[in-house]
Structure formats: C-alpha cells, structure tokens
Design a protein around this ligand. Structure first.
Ligand code: WTA
Length: 652
C-alpha cells in the first residue's frame, strides 16, 4: 500500500453502512441487532422456531431443541422435505417464472432455469435415482463441474431422502476412493468433464480410475457436459448410464415425501489433523433453517437481487450459499462454471456487468489475485449494480479489504466478512450489512443465536485483545451432528477441550467493542486459497511415494493463496535428490489428493528435526520457513545439526 493511498485508511478505520443501504435492510440499526441477538441467546428455541416457520414443513415439530451434549436435535418431531422449501414453494408464491439459476459456462454459453424449470428437472432426476433403486439414507456421491446439474443432483437426492456427498471436481481419483470407502456410496453422479481455464477436466475418467479400486459401486450416472471428442468417455455396461437417456424415460412429476427434521441431508468431507478426512454430517431441518436465515439477514436477500457466490459446490460454501440458502430464499442467482482468469482477469467483472449482479460473495485469495492482475480489469466494467459484497474462507488482509471496498464496491457497498466452517453449516460471525460498523480484518459480531467466545486453556473467558480459542457455547440449528461413522472422533475433535462447548479449532481475540478477529487454525490444518488441507494428508501422500522415507509438511505465508504448502522430505537410502525428483513428488501429491495440495516448495532433508522421543518438531520447521531461523530453545532436539543444515538450504 502506498502512503498516498493509506492516508485516510488504516486498520483502525471504521466503515458504517450508508443510509441508503440501511434504509431498506432487514436489520437497520445496532439497537435492533442487539435486541434480537439478546432474545436469540436468552431463548434460542423461540428465535429459531420463528425462522424455521418460514420454511415448508409437512408436520410441525413438538420441541425446538433437544440438547444432550454433544448431540443436538432441532425441531424434534417435525417433518419436511428440504426440496419443497428450495423449489416447490416458489411455484405457488409468485416466483414460478422467476430465474432461479442463471448459468454461464466457461466457454461463454448462458442458460437460465426458472424455479418452474428447476422443479421439473429436479423431479425428473429424482425419478431417475428412484429407478436405480436409491433409497432414503443411501449415500450418493456427486463429482461434477459447476453446472446447474450439480445443484439438480443435490436437490434430487434431498428430495428422495438420499444422502449426497459432493466431492470437489479438483480432487483426484484416490481422493474419490477414500471417500467412497468411508461412506459406502451406492451411486456416483458425474459428468463427462468440465471446462476449467480453457482445458477440459476429465471427470468421468477419474471416476473410472477410482472404481478400479472401489468395485462395489452399483451405478454411475453421467451428465454430458462436454459431449465431444475432446472428452472421450467409456461407458461400462450394467453400471454406467447417461443422465439424458435416463431422464428422457423418467416422469417430470414427483411428490415430495416428508422426512424427519433430523434425517441426514449430506456428508461433506473436510480436512482434519489426521490423514483421513472427516465426513461432516448435516441434517435437514436445522441446516436449512440456518442457511435460510443467514442468507436473509447477512446477505439481506431481496426479491429483486441477483446474487452470485463464486464458490464451488464441492465446498461447504457452495452447499450452503449456492444450493440451499439462496434457493430457500427464492433469490435469482448466477452460477459460473470456470476460472476467474479465463480468458483473462476481467471475467468475473464481465459476469457482474452482464447479469447485473447485486450481491457478490467470494474469497480473499481471489481478491488478492485480482489485485495482482491490475485495476484495469474492474475499471473497464460497469459494476454499479453491486450493493453488497462478502468474503469467506480465511481472514481478509486489510489491503485486500480496502481494494475490494474501493475498486469493486465503489466505496458504497458494505462488506460482510463471514466466519464459519464446514462443521457450523452456516455463517456464525459476520457483520449485518445494514447496521454493523465494519473494520478491515474483523468478522465483527456473532450472528443471532451464536454464543461465541474466546477461552484460555483453563476455560476462562479471555479479556479483550487476549488471544485464545474460539468456541461456541450453545448449540445452533445448522451445527454438524457427527462425523459420519466416527462418533469418537466427533467428540474428541470438537468437544474435548471444554465440557459441552464446541471448539472451532481457530485462534481468535475480541477487541474492546466485542469484534472477533480470527487469527487462523490452531491445529495441523492449512488454509490454502481458502481451502482446508491437513498437513497429515500431504505427508501421507508423500510417504506413499516409493523414494520417500519420511516427510513433514508445514504452511508458509503466501502472497495470493494466504498459505502455501512446504514439504520437508527425507529420501530412502541411496536415492539422489534432484529438481526433477522434487517435481515428480509435487505431481505425485497432485495425483493422490488434487492440484490444490501440491507443495509450493520441497526441501530434501537428510533428517528431520525430532525430539528425543522421536516426534517430528513441526513447530521448528514452521518457524524456519516463516523466519529463516529458529529463535527458541532446541535442546530437546535429538540432533541439532539437522536444523543448521536445513537453515542453509532454506537461505539458498
Ligand atoms: C477459516 C469455510 C477468518 C477458519 C466456510 C475456519 C476464516 C476454516 C473465515 C473453515 C473468515 C473461514 N475469517 N477465517 N471470514 N472463514 N475461515 O470448513 O480457519 O472450508 O476454521 O469452511 O476457514 O474452513 P471450511
């Protein structure tokens, strides 16, 4: 930041929402927020029941919350079909012919689905799934590009009570296998491929590769996205079916049956501190209520908005803020298939201008990439339709916040910096755009019903500006219900630090005004371009290569990605180090996990720093890559020479 630009701007700057925005916002004053927040904390059941009532229920619940820590049941006894709130209700509330999804493919084609069309597609595909014998609670994996069919597939699963598990299209065949095995999926829905940065991602071929290892899968349904020689597809008879052929045989009518409020809705895998991703389980009633209410209040969704969330449906942001929350609100949304820089860094702003997007939700890593690409891209487009901006995924650095505010928001759009997690299902800490004073770098205040706090090791609440662990002290509707198939890990990971209190795994502090400043993960989870990645996952991929004896992976600061991946690798005896080998290892990680996990840097180390009991001291490695030296005491090290050697390499 140049001193010229920073004159009127420092981390201390406070931005109040413009009167023009507040006037029409749902929550328009801090007094209103404070009153509603207090009510929601004093009587969470009453607050959330009021929100849930705005959704479609076939049978009303008898009790809002049943809490036997760490297990919550919300809207006990209630029955609903999530799909009815997201789609069917709009056929009779005046929105039938309103655009639900305006889709743009990376090559440039555009397609609009009204709520009525979406309903038809979802019903038809639900019938396709039923014809394949998919039953309630069966697990169905979805591995698709960003096309409306991904959303249709999710909703069709929800409609028939099947549990979807979406896997990000950037993940590899091996990652598919791990997840298939963990959730014992019965079917996969995929596409021949998807467009990404001008190329084609061969999704079906990846599935074929995975199914060589996971043989018990019964059905593969393939949506034809590419449909040309650039993406050849082999169909296995008796297992693989074309989406369009099956849909042509299926009726477009389907009556939505109600499921229990606690019926499982989806499993989404996310990284933890071991090599095995956690299958986060969400259920119907509470999750939908949480995503619905946060869209309504935090994105302040109005009937004439055009909303665009740039996340992929393979992440929780895509689940909550593309599929479920926005559709339950009946908003019009834009969905884009491809990369932000294809054909150049103006693509997002072209889309904003073309469809007159009014609410835009993206990640700090994308903003940093745009800053680097240059102001000429947004400056050449008309962005005046925007009225609200959001960010998610990692702390936003003040420099990026300022650029977003000025260059994209034209200094008129409030920015909601939303803190939440795969586990929380919905946004937990965020400004409300019509009232909360914002400040670059803080996600500000807890949402309604969220009892967030910072605790120290002894369980005492930290004082202002004292760092500690971010926790949530009361259950909330969209909270995870368990880790699929692993109750023990669920309890150990989230509920072990303080009895009955959810530990998020993030470090944070509050300032004197009560604003939350999130400082980052406290566990061995990295945040690479806003995506969670376990260091243990990368390590286990590396030691899976035949030349690697041992490895340790740590994060390092990265200009665009927020965090980069640094791997220290000890080779087996007799193997020579080389740049070509480093490249091979990098690609190997890409193949085992996916491109996002490829190490930015690989250091070959004859040995890794270890304690006398043989534990790798990652803390030291982290300090080494961050600062180039080690400040603290290294006497507990088994062999201090190791550090000196590594230091020399890193300097080079
Ligand atoms: C980080 C993404 C700071 C945090 C929705 C959290 C953030 C992890 C923010 C969850 C934010 C997310 N400010 N940090 N606004 N949003 N994080 O499960 O470390 O992919 O624990 O969910 O991202 O990542 P996940």
């Amino acid at each position: 930041m140049s001193s010229e630009n920073s004159k009127n701007f420092s981390e201390e700057s406070i931005f109040k929402p413009a009167k023009a925005f507040s006037k029409n916002a749902r929550i328009s004053s801090m007094a209103q927020y404070k009153r509603m927040y207090q009510e929601s904390i004093d009587k969470p059941g009453v607050f959330w029941a009021k929100e849930a009532k705005e959704l479609s229920w076939q049978k009303k619940w008898t009790k809002a919350l049943d809490w036997k820590a760490p297990y919550a049941k919300w809207f006990v006894g209630g029955k609903l079909n999530v799909c009815e709130s997201c789609v069917d209700q709009h056929l009779t509330n005046g929105r039938a012919n309103k655009a639900a999804i305006i889709w743009e493919g990376e090559p440039g084609e555009s397609r609009t689905l009204t709520y009525r069309q979406l309903h038809r597609e979802v019903c038809q595909f639900a019938n396709v799934l039923l014809a394949q014998g998919i039953k309630p609670k069966d697990r169905v994996m979805i591995y698709m590009p960003m096309t409306p069919e991904a959303v249709i597939a999710m909703l069709a699963c929800a409609r028939i009570g099947a549990v979807h598990s979406v896997i990000f299209g950037g993940f590899s065949a091996d990652s598919i296998v791990d997840r298939l095995e963990d959730c014992q999926a019965k079917a996969i829905i995929t596409s021949d491929g998807g467009y990404r940065r001008g190329g084609v991602v061969p999704l079906k071929a990846n599935v074929d590769e995975a199914l060589k290892k996971y043989k018990s899968l019964e059905t593969v349904i393939v949506h034809q996205r590419i449909g040309s020689a650039s993406c050849p597809v082999k169909m296995k008879r008796g297992r693989d079916l074309w989406w369009h052929e099956e849909a042509a045989k299926a009726s477009p009518q389907h009556e939505a049956k109600a499921f229990d409020s606690e019926h499982p809705l989806f499993i989404l895998y996310t990284s933890g501190s071991t090599g095995k991703p956690k299958g986060i389980l969400h259920t119907c009633g509470g999750y939908l209520t949480g995503t619905y209410a946060t869209c309504k209040y935090i994105f302040d969704m109005q009937d004439d908005d055009v909303y665009w969330c740039t996340a992929d449906v393979g992440w929780i942001t895509g689940h909550s803020y593309i599929t479920y929350g926005p559709l339950a609100n009946g908003v019009t949304q834009v969905m884009y298939e491809g990369a932000p820089n294809f054909p150049d860094f103006g693509r997002f702003w072209d889309i904003v201008e073309k469809y007159q997007v009014s609410i835009f939700y993206t990640a700090p890593t994308a903003i940093r990439a745009f800053i680097k690409a240059g102001d000429q891209f947004p400056e050449a487009r008309d962005l005046s339709s925007l009225r609200l901006l959001g960010t998610v995924g990692e702390p936003i650095n003040p420099e990026a916040w300022r650029w977003y505010h000025e260059k994209i928001g034209g200094e008129r759009c409030p920015i909601v910096d939303t803190w939440w997690q795969t586990e929380t299902g919905a946004i937990m800490i965020s400004p409300l755009p019509g009232c909360t004073p914002t400040q670059p770098g803080t996600a500000t205040l807890p949402f309604f019903g969220v009892d967030a706090a910072i605790l120290d090791e002894t369980g005492q609440e930290c004082k202002a500006n004292e760092g500690g662990k971010l926790v949530i002290r009361k259950p909330w509707p969209s909270m995870l219900r368990t880790i699929y198939g692993d109750k023990k890990r669920y309890r150990d990971t989230y509920w072990n630090d303080y009895p009955g209190i959810y530990t998020a795994g993030d470090g944070a502090r509050t300032d004197k005004k009560g604003n939350f400043w999130i400082t980052g993960r406290l566990d061995d989870v990295l945040n690479v371009s806003g995506h969670r990645l376990g260091t243990a996952e990368v390590e286990s991929a590396l030691v899976g290569h035949k030349v690697v004896a041992e490895s340790a992976v740590v994060g390092c600061p990265h200009e665009i990605k927020g965090q980069g991946v640094v791997a220290f690798v000890t080779l087996k005896a007799g193997i020579k180090t080389s740049d070509a080998l480093a490249k091979e290892l990098r690609n190997h990680v890409g193949k085992v996990i996916g491109a996002i996990a490829k190490p930015d840097e690989i250091y070959f180390a004859p040995a890794l720093p270890k304690t006398r009991s043989g534990k790798i001291m990652r803390r030291l490695l982290k300090e080494l890559v961050e600062k180039g030296t080690i400040s603290g005491n290294v006497t507990t090290l088994e062999d201090a020479q190791v550090i000196t050697d590594l230091q020399r390499q890193i300097k080079k």
